[in-house]
Design a protein around this ligand. Structure first.
Ligand code: ZN
Ligand code: ZN
Length: 148
C-alpha cells in the first residue's frame, strides 16, 4: 500500500514538472523526482503526455511493410510498424537463424540445413545418396573423402 502511495506521488510530481517545463529531459525529471528515466516515460505514456519533442522526431521505415513511421527515437526503437509486422519479422529472422552451413561428411559438399535437424547428428550428409553410400553404385559422385 505504501508503495502504491509513493508511486502515485511520483506520478503527480512527474506530471507537475512536465506541465511546468514540457521540454525538460526525462532523465532530469527522473533525478528531481528520484525515479528512473524509463519510469518517467512510463508515467507520461500512461497519462498520454508522451509528446514527441521538436527536433527529436525521426522517421523510419517498417522493415516488413516499408510503411513510414514517425516518432521520437525511443518510440522508434522498434523495427516494425505494428504487432502484425513484428510477428512476420520474428518468423523471418527465426527462419534464417535456423539454417546452418554444414560440410557433407562423405563428399565434402557445403550445404545448408535447419539447425534443429543438424543438431541431431554429428555427421552430416548433403543427400540421401551420401547418407546411404549408394551413390557409389550410381556413380553420381566420385569418392573423395571416405573414411569409416
Ligand atoms: Zn509494417
Ligand atoms: Zn555429400
Amino acid at each position: 500500500m505504501i508503495k502504491q502511495k509513493k508511486a502515485k506521488q511520483h506520478e503527480k510530481q512527474v506530471l507537475e514538472l512536465f506541465s511546468q517545463n514540457p521540454v525538460m529531459p526525462y532523465s532530469e525529471i527522473g533525478i528531481q523526482v528520484g525515479i528512473t528515466k524509463e519510469r518517467v516515460r512510463q508515467i507520461l505514456k500512461a497519462n498520454n503526455k508522451l509528446k514527441p519533442r521538436v527536433g527529436m522526431i525521426i522517421t523510419k521505415h517498417c522493415i516488413v511493410c516499408n510503411k513510414v513511421m514517425t516518432g521520437t527515437k525511443t518510440e522508434l526503437s522498434r523495427k516494425t510498424c505494428s504487432d502484425k509486422c513484428a510477428n512476420i519479422a520474428r518468423i523471418k529472422s527465426k527462419k534464417s537463424a535456423e539454417l546452418v552451413t554444414l560440410t557433407c561428411f562423405r563428399c565434402g559438399t557445403i550445404f545448408t540445413r535447419k539447425e534443429s535437424e543438424a543438431k541431431r547428428s554429428k555427421k552430416h550428409y548433403c543427400s540421401t545418396a551420401c547418407y546411404s553410400g549408394k551413390w557409389k553404385q550410381n556413380g553420381k559422385i566420385e569418392v573423395k573423402v571416405l573414411t569409416e
